[in-house]
Design a protein around this ligand. Structure first.
Ligand code: UD1
Length: 448
């Protein structure tokens, strides 16, 4: 393969349109909202579709910026990606002619690194940029690279790019991670589906999105299964076929709306929600005294009796699934500002994932950060509208939650971060009775 060009001529980096949310708080949110498909499943499925030359069809794909970036990145490789109707994508990786994932894609989205395993195992080589993504810590990819090497790949790192080659086919191997990694597990699993022989991945992350990916891979003809809660085993196949799959509902979006009901003293029923995937959050809400009702595919949160300001304070700690998701730490922290007394947060997964709380303080939250992994929150806080800046996806959604409960109007800059992972968030909040608008930065009134 030729040396990588600085960027592919067909890859047109989109300028980031900075957006602002304007939120006037105080309205209790009521109604029903349908949860979209999971970002963290859909992105991996689109990457996994590169394991075959046949067409794959995905439904319930969220209409979010990260999916758009992944589709664009695949097209740049020569993959045909159709978007025949909202929430449906069709992917045919029959003619991949450019095994290069550029910095322009990687800088926008860490999940671009999910192309390493599929491209390497199917085509025997790929040059892929070190990924970017949210600003929540260093977030290295050494475990992904180690896993590929365990499968027999040669990988060099030069000038920000990984040059990966598989002499012949990758070979099945025992992959032992020093700790749980979600995308590391997924990359190893995808690479192993076309490797020669048997692969055991341990400890394998247990997130529901990974099991959704396993289901899709099985539909493609892959011999892959979770044999123990923390073990995934793969027997490599020579080729896989195309398949159809409906993406699992997004438990992080569901959790965000559950907290919205609690923050505003409202009542929200989430449709297409998987309560069984939200066990840790449901327990947190229960311990705080918030009524949660789990149905077959619904989750209702009723905060009309015990309301914000009257919840019980608690101590929370993030953990790999089935523990409390680190992506639900920011919304849960916002909720803890409405407890009567002192709560604590231990962010155990990422460093630097508490920095956004300085913005929450501007809205009146009383928060101390004794070290980069711990926060102490004194409630209840009377939140007030403020001008704040979003630094990453989940913190962004959480500042909106705070603004919905605050007295007065908040101006939330950096709204484009939220578009990366939430489909139509302002439309959903508007339907529930919120006062929220999204406008372009610097423009007083044009809707974004
Ligand atoms: C995924 C999710 C992200 C979620 C996170 C943890 C996607 C697209 N993103 O991210 O939303 O917050 O899981 O649930 O699915 N680590 C290393 N070396 C590596 C890989 C990870 O040191 O090679 C560290 C990370 O810095 C972190 C920890 O391992 O401290 C766990 O990260 P990991 O589970 O890999 O997160 P992601 O898969 O990147």
């Amino acid at each position: 393969m030729a040396d990588p060009r600085p960027f592919h001529w067909e890859f047109v980096p989109q300028p980031v349109t900075r957006e602002v949310f304007r939120v006037t708080g105080g309205a209790a949110l009521h109604g029903r909202v349908r949860v979209a498909g999971a970002k963290n499943a859909a992105l991996k499925m689109l990457a996994a579709a590169c394991l075959t030359g046949e067409r794959c069809r995905f439904t319930n794909v969220p209409e979010i910026e990260d999916v758009r970036v992944m589709a664009e990145t695949l097209r740049d490789l020569g993959v045909v990606v159709d978007h025949p109707e909202p929430n449906t994508y069709e992917v045919s990786a029959g003619d991949v002619d450019w095994l290069f994932v550029p910095l322009e894609a990687a800088a926008k989205m860490r999940a671009s690194f999910m192309l390493l395993g599929p491209l390497l195992t199917r085509f025997g080589e790929v040059i892929i940029s070190n990924p970017g993504g949210d600003r929540i810590g260093r977030r290295p990819v050494d475990l992904h690279v180690d896993a590929m090497r365990a499968l027999g790949a040669d990988i060099d790192y030069r000038y920000g790019y990984y040059y990966a080659k598989a002499p012949g086919r990758l070979r099945g191997a025992e992959i032992r991670f020093p700790f749980v990694t979600v995308m590391g597990t997924e990359n190893a699993m995808l690479a192993a589906t076309l490797a020669d022989g048997h692969t055991v991945i341990r400890p394998a992350a247990q997130e529901p999105e990974i099991d959704d990916l396993v289901t899709f891979l099985q539909a493609m003809g892959a011999d892959v299964e979770r044999t123990f809660p923390d073990t995934i085993e793969v027997h490599g196949k020579k080729r896989l076929r195309g398949a159809d799959h409906a993406v699992v509902p997004d438990r992080i979006e569901a959790g965000t709306f559950a907290v919205a009901a609690a923050m505003t003293g409202g009542r929200i029923t989430l449709e297409a929600a998987r309560c069984d995937h939200l066990d840790a959050l449901v327990q947190v809400l229960g311990r705080m005294g918030i009524a949660v009702d789990c149905g077959v595919d619904t989750l209702a949160v009723d905060a009309t009796t015990v309301g914000p300001g009257a919840y019980a304070p608690i101590d929370i700690e993030t953990a790999p699934y089935p523990g409390l998701a680190t992506d639900l730490q920011p919304p849960t922290t916002v909720l803890l500002t409405q407890a009567r007394g002192r709560s604590t947060v231990h962010e155990a997964i990422f460093e630097d994932r508490l920095e956004w709380m300085s913005e929450l303080r501007k809205m009146g939250a009383r928060i101390e950060l004794p070290d980069p992994h711990h926060a102490v929150i004194d409630g209840p806080a009377k939140l007030r509208g403020a001008e704040v800046e979003i630094s990453d996806l989940r913190a962004g959604a959480s500042l909106i939650l705070a603004a919905l409960a605050a007295r007065g109007t908040s101006t939330i800059h950096g709204g484009h971060h939220v578009r990366r992972g939430y489909e139509n968030i302002e439309a959903k909040f508007l339907d529930l009775g919120a006062r929220i608008e999204r406008v372009q930065e610097g423009d007083p009134g044009t809707p974004a």
